[in-house]
Design a protein around this ligand. Structure first.
Ligand code: GRG
Length: 299
């Protein structure tokens, strides 16, 4: 098949899966009468107002790569997006990154207020585990998924990475430190999205190990390309403030090794991510395309 047809089929498949994710997110955000109207609005604002849905797509595509139907991973897809959305809302707060623009819209605490934004994050974190515990088929798979997500979102991974990022004095050489932050702050949620998708398909340990290898490289390529977007980006297209990293003297790949070397490192990571997919055969072609698309990210 000519490459443009393959690309078109891939785009169509992602579009279709994104639609399923958006409908599942919408359903997962129906709260009973105990949830005050304004809180409900703020939660929906934080989740449904945009975003690439990268982590949910990784969960669904990992499930398909391991031979499962994508729908089996929808609860996992919602759970990882809820944790991700909570982390963005909290990251944007004045006590953290103090941002006023996210996904092309005013951040949650600007559109509502700070206390509401904190509660939005709390509610989303709880909902993620509720949906995973109730939605994943098989008690063992559900419990394993909850434990993996808790670890990825916890003090050793997402929260720890965020804490070190906020603390300019943490130890280690600059590149080591940067990689350790990326691994926990960005990589852990990407890795767990893939693992949960695999578990929903009943993946073998070997398949999960390959997904982890893919995820590790994908995560690093994603973060390097994020740094590159920030370094030379256009705020309108990216949907958040750009150039902030340099203004704040933040450690980034382009700052440490330069633009060209960062681009080279992102390419090497994408190649390694794709190499990890070989044993899956054509079932993993969409994961391969997704990794390749990181190299011309626009947002
Ligand atoms: C507050 C516990 C806590 C953690 C915050 C996610 C995060 C950690 C900070 C956001 C800032 C940042 C640059 C994080 C690195 C990960 C990243 C690039 C997040 C943005 O993910 P995208 O691009 O966002 O997938 P969308 O909006 O498309 O979902």
């Amino acid at each position: 098949m000519p490459p443009s047809d393959t690309q078109e089929l891939h785009d169509l498949h992602l579009h279709e899966l994104r639609g399923r994710v958006d409908r599942a997110l919408e359903e997962g955000l129906q709260f009973q009468a105990g949830c005050p109207e304004r809180l409900q609005q703020a939660i929906r604002y934080a989740v449904l107002g945009g975003g690439k849905r990268l982590r949910p797509l990784l969960a669904l595509l990992a499930c398909e790569a391991c031979g499962g139907p994508a729908d089996a991973a929808l609860p996992a897809a919602c759970a990882v997006e809820f944790v991700h959305a909570y982390s963005l809302v909290h990251d944007d707060l004045p006590a953290m990154d103090n941002d006023d623009l996210r996904r092309g819209q005013p951040t949650c605490h600007i559109a509502f207020d700070e206390a509401t934004a904190i509660l939005v994050g709390d509610a989303l974190l709880a909902r993620a585990f509720e949906i995973l515990a109730e939605g994943i088929k098989g008690a063992e798979s559900a419990a394993r998924s909850c434990a993996l997500l808790a670890r990825a979102a916890g003090a050793e991974q997402l929260v720890g990475g965020q804490a070190d990022d906020l603390d300019g004095n943490a130890s280690g050489s600059s590149l080591e430190r940067l990689q350790a932050i990326h691994r926990r702050k960005t990589g852990a949620m990407i890795q767990v999205s893939l693992a949960l998708g695999g578990i929903a398909a009943g993946a073998s340990d070997d398949q999960l190990a390959l997904l982890a290898q893919y995820g590790q490289n994908f995560g690093l390529a994603f973060q390097i390309t994020d740094d590159l977007l920030d370094a030379r980006g256009d705020a309108k297209r990216v949907g958040k403030r750009v150039g902030k990293d340099a203004d704040r003297g933040k450690l980034t790949y382009p700052y440490l090794v330069g633009i060209e070397e960062s681009e080279g490192e992102a390419r090497r990571c994408v190649e390694q991510a794709c190499a990890a997919l070989q044993p899956f055969g054509p079932a993993a072609a969409p994961l391969e395309q997704l990794a390749l698309s990181l190299l011309d990210r626009q947002n």
